[in-house]
Design a protein around this ligand. Structure first.
Ligand code: GTP
Length: 237
């Protein structure tokens, strides 16, 4: 089973993506806001049903002007978490757009998607109708969660449930491999994984003499020519 998972959090600026990740990874919550201008990577190990999963969690950029950079980071994701802020109707209305971006970039049959109505502690200022949110989730056939980045358990539940879903899907895939029953989606998934491994290998070779670490990623642009060096403002893992 592939135990290294790429998880991405997407959603408008200020909805709480960074805060949710910080709570999940470091059990911290900060009230100040520093706008994210780069996609940051965090790591966390999680154990589910005796299986250790190594999560690589990507905090994407909420601001629309960075959409093209976000798309690079969204590729080859295993799990995507759509986040909106329950006190911002606008952030909820943009979810459809985020959902479309994810499934355009990844194979929709192979990515697990969940949706969070964040800042549940601010329920008195709630602007998004919960029934609308539930209907959205139902239409897209994705689970709906209410989270508060102040509350570890709420975000743990999201990761726990989505990772369980991932394990279930992986086990079904293993069965199809053993029984020689792979379908077109499976072969696409396996080909993508192989390509990803290859590109990671090429990338790590390119950076072999480079002192860059996880806190300062560098990646090729779509032409494969110039490197986009993205400086991180925040401390990730
Ligand atoms: P971008 O970097 O612009 O993409 O924003 P983001 O989605 O990463 O939001 P961020 O985590 O930086 O949070 C924005 C603001 O909302 C910060 O001031 C946080 O403290 C606050 N915040 C985030 N989550 C919660 C929450 O669950 N409850 C409350 N009360 N505040 C939250």
């Amino acid at each position: 089973m592939n135990t290294k998972l790429k998880v991405i959090l997407v959603g408008d600026g200020r909805v709480g993506k960074t805060s949710l990740i910080n709570q999940f990874v470091k059990q911290t919550f900060k009230t100040d806001y520093i706008m994210n201008t780069s996609a940051d990577k965090y790591k966390k190990e999680i154990e589910i049903d005796d299986i250790t999963l190594n999560l690589e969690i990507w905090d994407t950029i909420g601001q629309e002007i960075y959409a093209s950079i976000n798309k690079i980071f969204m590729k080859n994701s295993n799990i995507a978490i759509l986040v909106y802020d329950i006190t911002s109707q606008e952030s909820f209305l943009k979810l459809d757009n985020w959902f479309q971006q994810i499934i355009d970039i990844n194979n929709k049959n192979n990515i697990i998607i969940g949706m969070c109505g964040n800042k549940s502690d601010l329920f008195e200022k709630e602007k998004v109708n919960k029934d609308d949110a539930k209907k959205f989730a139902l239409d897209k056939k994705i689970p709906f969660f209410e989270t508060s980045a102040k509350d570890y358990q709420s975000i743990f539940n999201v990761f726990n449930q989505l990772c369980k879903e991932y394990i279930k899907k992986e086990k079904e895939l293993q069965k199809r491999i053993i029984n020689n029953q792979l379908d077109i989606n499976d072969t696409e998934l396996i080909a993508n994984r192989n390509n990803r491994k290859k590109s990671l290998y090429i990338h790590s070779n390119k950076n072999h003499n480079n002192s860059s670490n996880d806190n300062n990623d560098s990646l090729n642009n779509s032409n494969g020519n110039n490197n986009i060096n993205i400086k991180k403002k925040k401390n990730c893992c």
